[in-house]
Design a protein around this ligand. Sequence first.
Ligand code: AMP
Length: 401
Amino acid sequence: MKTIKELDIDGKRVFIRCDFNVPKDEFGNITDDRRIREALQTIRYCVDRGCKIILGSHFERPEPGMYEEKYSLEAVYRRLDVLLKIKNRLLFDDSKTGAVVTEKAKVLADSLETGDVLLLENLRFDAGETNNDALFAKALAGMVDIYINDAFGACHRKHASIYAMAEEFDKDAKGAGFLLSKEVNFFSRVLENPTKPFVAVVGGSKVSGKLQALTKLLDKVDKVIVGGGMAFTFLKAMGYEIGNSLVENDLLDEATSIMKKAQEKNVKFYLPVDVVAAPEFSENSTVKYFPTQEIPADWMGLDIGPASSRLFREVLNDAQTIIWNGPMGVYEMDKFAKGSTKMSHYIAETHATTIVGGGDTADVAARAGDVDEMTFVSTGGGASLKLLEGKVLPGIEALKE
Ligand code: AMP
């Protein structure tokens, strides 16, 4: 695939598919604007080349065809305005219609002058986005001469702005933005030639989402640390009482076979030895520590305990490469955030090449103040998992010559 630097974009109309799917708090405030900041390099490059720029991004999963304030990109627009700091205009389609290529968007697009930037509304307001609809793709493509994909976090989805739209352009008119090129190069380099010991730290809510990546990683890593809600499926598969903790009962056999495969391959497989548990899923709930073998039947584990944190720190001590995907607990609630925060500190403290993947995990590292200490923080969780699974991402396939 071509990178933006290999394309002749000077003075042209350019669409940049960004990933502005940033985390927000319950009041709609952006809690981590890393994804916006990381998009700036490509946008500024286009501004410097005298382009007329149209930005598109999805945000979460709105009901298609309906405007809902909480899914609007307006907060992103405001933050972008602060960060972009260009003397040209940054425009936003605020027609609130629940569509994307609206009459207003077309008028604004036509009014773009050299160096101006237009941000479209949430691409998923149009049902055509998630359906990879050709008409929607053509409507977007019709607004520009050049297509740039800089949305690594969305590349694993065959959506209109990622796939069908890219197919509307010939090879000299489409390419990867700086962020996308960096992410793909980084992951391939580490996965092809990691310095050992190579440790994978996985967490988050479900085994199902990470099953394939976990299986594939067993061929490459020396150690695996499992935390978060997904640990309970493994603990239950080992026969422990896990109370009301999150579990995927249909994956108990898979969990057993992963642990067996790890043993056969001499990959050290570490699970939490204690948990922070509560009788209910609430910040106001009573909280106690239990060894994982002693979780009462009506309690649920919501974070790894202090003994697990110490154990995992020991395990990370000699690591030379670490991949981390998924928090160790329900880090959104302060009471259950310690395990994830400590994990972030421990990973940041090592001398290893450290790769943090995923919106939640990047959020944990940011809250812990460790982002600058990590070698690389990837903005795309799902996409990085797909790369770990060894899959070709649709967004990258569509850019190929
Ligand atoms: P994922 O999207 O699979 O990476 O999962 C991230 C989510 O997992 C976060 O929102 C956490 O709150 C959640 N999580 C982590 N540990 C637990 C746990 N022990 N029980 C329930 N949810 C958890």
